[in-house]
Design a binder for this molecule. Structure first.
Ligand SMILES: O=C(O)c1ccccc1N[C@@H]1O[C@H](COP(=O)(O)O)[C@@H](O)[C@H]1O
Length: 208
């Protein structure tokens, strides 16, 4: 059985980075999108990333960012993977010459196979529920919209938490899962170490 990879996203505090790493996260996401309550500046991200050990992937999340903003982050930070979560085209995503995953905002009518064909350079597709404000909405989408045969690595997100992640893995069998709201305290951007541990246990239980 494949071991489902786990990304914890939207970290804003050192203690949350440490909690995610200690619990066994494979990847840590930083949100460079000013309207988000999880937004971090390049300087904040630099301080947080100093606590990420080797072999934990650092992911930079961007939403319709100006190229200069993405380049400034890439110049200053050891980002290993980019996550484009807005309306970026393939040309927008590929211009940095870095590995990236393309977020797909899932709702009725989205044809994932057709969508993926427009992004042949993507390393994988991150499926999130369609919400106003682009993402991090804590909303689950209809997993039956995912075609049963989909070749690229699929990262499932959107409203996952410790209670539903096991069922999500058993039904979708994604390459990875990604969570933000589902491991937070009542305050967006502030993670709950216990919720992170429970989420990761839920993934491991489903992996068997
Ligand atoms: O986290 C945010 O604030 C955010 C803002 C804009 C785009 C994406 C964002 N987060 C990503 O959304 C998905 C689902 O998050 P959730 O678990 O439902 O809260 C996830 O990939 C986050 O990284």
């Amino acid at each position: 059985m494949q071991r489902t990879r786990i990304k914890i996203c939207g970290l804003t505090r050192v203690e949350d980075v440490q909690a995610a790493v200690a619990a066994g996260a494979d990847a840590i996401g930083f949100v460079f999108y000013p309207p988000s309550p999880r937004h971090v500046t390049v300087e904040q991200a630099r301080a947080l990333m100093a606590h990420v050990p080797p072999f934990v992937t650092t992911v930079g999340l961007f939403v319709n960012a100006r190229p200069e903003a993405v380049e400034a982050a890439l110049d200053a930070l050891p980002l290993q993977l980019l996550q484009f979560h807005g309306d970026e085209t393939e040309t927008d995503c590929v211009r940095y010459g870095r590995p990236y995953v393309r977020a797909v905002r899932m709702r009725a009518g989205v044809d994932l196979i057709e969508y993926a064909a427009c992004f042949p350079s993507a390393r994988g597709f991150l499926l999130d529920a369609f919400v106003e404000g682009y993402g991090g909405g804590g909303k689950v989408f209809d997993w039956t919209l995912i075609p049963p045969r989909f070749d690229a690595p699929l990262i499932l997100s959107g409203g996952l938490d410790a209670e539903n992640v096991g069922e999500a893995i058993r039904r979708v069998r994604p390459w990875a899962v990604d969570v933000s709201s589902g491991v937070e305290t009542a305050q967006k951007g502030i993670k709950d170490a216990g919720a992170i541990r429970r989420f990761i246990s839920g993934v491991r239980d489903a992996d068997g």
